[in-house]
Design a protein around this ligand. Structure first.
Ligand code: SAH
Length: 239
């Protein structure tokens, strides 16, 4: 009997922001492959005899190649194991979940997808920022800030809230790109590091004043009028 894989989103950080379905799947898994960004508290739901494999890949550090992760997933499930693949946020938002799903399906393995709260929604929420608030915007764009040439004019023209993942290292470039495309320098903007966790840190400012100084990630960058709704004094840390 081949096993199966749960492709699970662990949520943005605080283990309590994981779904009930995720917790239940972790509780039946024989093997758990967990990403570096996932809080260890999420593993409280795992069986005590589950095999936990850490597959870190923080920028710049030693990384587990994606192909190897996919190989492990296939290998263990072919052994008949129930495998949980636990990823930060939502598995399909900048998480390579789609690639893992494709690899597993190509190998004939049954996959159940369990979505999670993505950082781009859950992290601004800690500051009371509703990313699609209709008083300020008509939508939100999730963008990678990592190593991609972006169409700054199009982003500014979209009029949507811009949420950059993996953008800390390129923050100066992002600011220059948006200012160069004539986004007003006074546009509200923020950087939030370790969102939803005890060590959350943020800077709420304007586009022109945005800087990565003092942050070393994982961090999210939010640019747009909705950032003016940030309520720093009411910030509650649950984790
Ligand atoms: N699948 C994840 C994103 C993976 S990409 C999701 O849906 O949230 C990793 C990037 O997500 C980080 O570089 C950072 O930009 C963002 N991120 C993830 N967790 C975060 C957190 N707790 N606080 C701030 N940013 C976070």
């Amino acid at each position: 009997m081949p096993g199966r894989v749960f492709l699970i989103g662990a949520g943005p950080g605080d283990p309590e922001l994981m779904t009930l379905k995720a917790a239940r799947a972790l509780g039946v898994a024989d093997v758990i492959l967990v990403d570096e960004l996932v809080s260890r508290g999420c593993l409280a739901h795992a069986r005590s005899d589950a095999k936990v494999i850490e597959v870190g890949k923080r920028g710049g550090c030693k990384a587990t190649p994606q192909a190897f992760i996919e190989k492990l997933l296939v290998l263990y499930s072919k052994e008949g194991k129930t495998v949980a693949r636990l990823k930060g946020g939502d598995p399909f938002i900048f998480g390579r979940g789609g690639e893992e799903l494709a690899a597993l399906e190509a190998a004939g393995i049954e996959v159940e997808i369990i979505p999670g709260i993505t950082a781009g929604v859950g992290v601004p929420a800690t500051l009371g920022i509703p990313v699609t608030d209709r008083r300020a915007t008509h939508g939100v764009t999730f963008i990678t800030g990592h190593g991609i040439e972006l169409d700054w004019q199009a982003l500014v023209r979209s009029g949507t809230t811009l949420v950059f993942y993996m953008g800390l290292k390129n923050l100066a470039k992002i600011v220059a790109g948006l200012l160069g495309a004539e986004m007003p320098p006074a546009t509200p903007a923020c950087v939030v590091e370790n969102g939803t966790l005890k060590n959350q840190k943020q800077r709420v400012t304007t586009l022109a004043q945005l800087s990565a100084a003092g942050f070393d990630g994982p961090a999210l960058i939010v640019v747009g009028e909705v950032v003016r709704f940030a309520r720093l004094q009411k910030l509650k840390r649950a984790a």
